[in-house]
Design a protein around this ligand. Structure first.
Ligand code: NCN
Ligand code: DMD
Length: 350
């Protein structure tokens, strides 16, 4: 893997010839021009990422990075901390929201323990534990700079292994009680805005808890002073291990011409960090939905990504990303089975 130092990290340029060729193919299908709407733009985006018009969309893998957050000691979540490890087990057994959706979408799910605060293990849980949760960002940095870099390397290696095992589409999800607090701190640090502008209700907290959560995020930013020009510093001071995992997966996917589908608010926070490492990475990311979490619109705007749907989801786990996957199968069917205008000898006149 390349190094993350300074501004020396470069991604290969998007394959604009393949994107252009896909535009021609889509325009030539037997339908009114542009009538498949944003599905056409998705096809063009995927061709640019994969550097081919023969899209590889079949084998899909969701990488769920699971970790705990010391900031839960500040009572910022409605959810007890043990839910991170319990849901990791339930996910592997096929019983969480995303596990159920993944069955419908024929998507493989990998759950990576990158920092769960529990000694429990499950046979299929991938052990990449950096620590038993992060430190409390209201009182200290979340992790060391070395741990932040390690989390990115783990995500990179996990995604690369999936690609080498035949995955053609990647998606990222997470489990992490308290991570909407740390995601808000990361987004505020990246956008250089106040906590109140991006902190939301996470797993559905009360008005009183929301006010407290805003003050905790502000305290974390004031206490740690993350350097907005240094994504590793932001990750180390106010982030979480699963954010680094996602960043690494994004870098590996982009480098290997593999589309990576984003999920919700925690994915946006990770993507903002990745964007600071490699500004062109956003060309390689596929948005899915707009999360119901408060800072979502602002984060997506900064990423320059327009999500494809809004179901007011805010469960995380990768749910929105997996919901996009059937659209990819539909796209493949369209590209395989539709007639062309040339077949039908139709010439449009505006
Ligand atoms: O992805 C999102 O947009 C999203 C929005 C709100 C909550 N979540 C999920 O809920 C958990 C964090 O909520 P909280 O309140 O404990 O910060 C964590 O497991 C996330 O996956 C996820
Ligand atoms: C059950 C449960 C599942 C979750 N998945 C993501 N966050 C969650 C929070 C709870 C409480």
């Amino acid at each position: 893997m390349q190094t993350f130092q300074a501004n020396t990290y470069h991604l290969p340029p998007l394959a604009s010839e393949s994107a252009q060729a896909m535009r021609q193919i889509v325009n030539g299908l037997a339908k009114p021009i542009a009538s498949l709407g944003r599905l056409e733009e998705l096809a063009i985006r995927l061709a640019g990422i994969e550097a081919t018009t023969s899209l590889r969309l079949r084998q899909k893998t969701l990488l769920v990075f699971a970790a705990d957050h010391g900031v839960t000691a500040e009572h910022v979540s409605a959810t007890p901390k043990k839910v991170t490890i319990v849901q990791a087990g339930n996910m592997l057994a096929g019983h969480t929201a995303v596990a159920a959706l993944a069955i419908a979408a024929h998507c493989q799910v990998q759950v990576i323990d990158i920092g769960i605060d529990s000694q429990r293990t499950f046979s299929k849980l991938i052990n990449a534990k950096i620590a038993y949760g992060t430190q409390n960002i209201a009182q200290s940095p979340a992790m060391t700079r070395e741990q932040a870099l390690k989390s990115i390397k783990i995500g990179y290696a996990t995604a690369l292994a999936a690609i080498n095992n035949g995955s053609e589409i990647l998606a990222v999800g997470e489990l992490g009680v308290g991570n909407t607090t740390t995601a808000s701190a990361v987004v505020a640090a990246c956008l250089q805005c106040n906590a109140a502008e991006v902190v939301g209700r996470g797993s559905n907290i009360s008005d009183a808890k929301l006010a407290h959560k805003i003050s905790i995020v502000q305290q974390a930013l004031t206490r740690n002073q993350p350097d907005s020009t240094d994504p590793i510093d932001i990750l180390a001071k106010v982030g979480g291990f699963e954010f680094g995992g996602k960043v690494g997966a994004m870098l590996a996917a982009a480098e290997h011409h593999t589309p990576l589908i984003l999920d919700g608010f925690i994915s946006y926070a990770a993507a903002l960090l990745a964007q600071k490492i490699a500004p062109t990475i956003t060309n390689y990311l596929v948005p899915s939905h707009v999360s119901h979490e408060k800072g979502s619109q602002r984060a997506l705007q900064q990423l320059g990504l327009e999500p494809y749907f809004d179901l007011q989801l805010c469960v995380g786990e990768g749910t929105g990303a997996v919901m996009l996957m059937p659209w990819l199968d539909e796209l493949a069917a369209i590209l395989t089975h539709m007639n062309t205008l040339a077949d039908m000898a139709i010439v449009y006149k505006k």
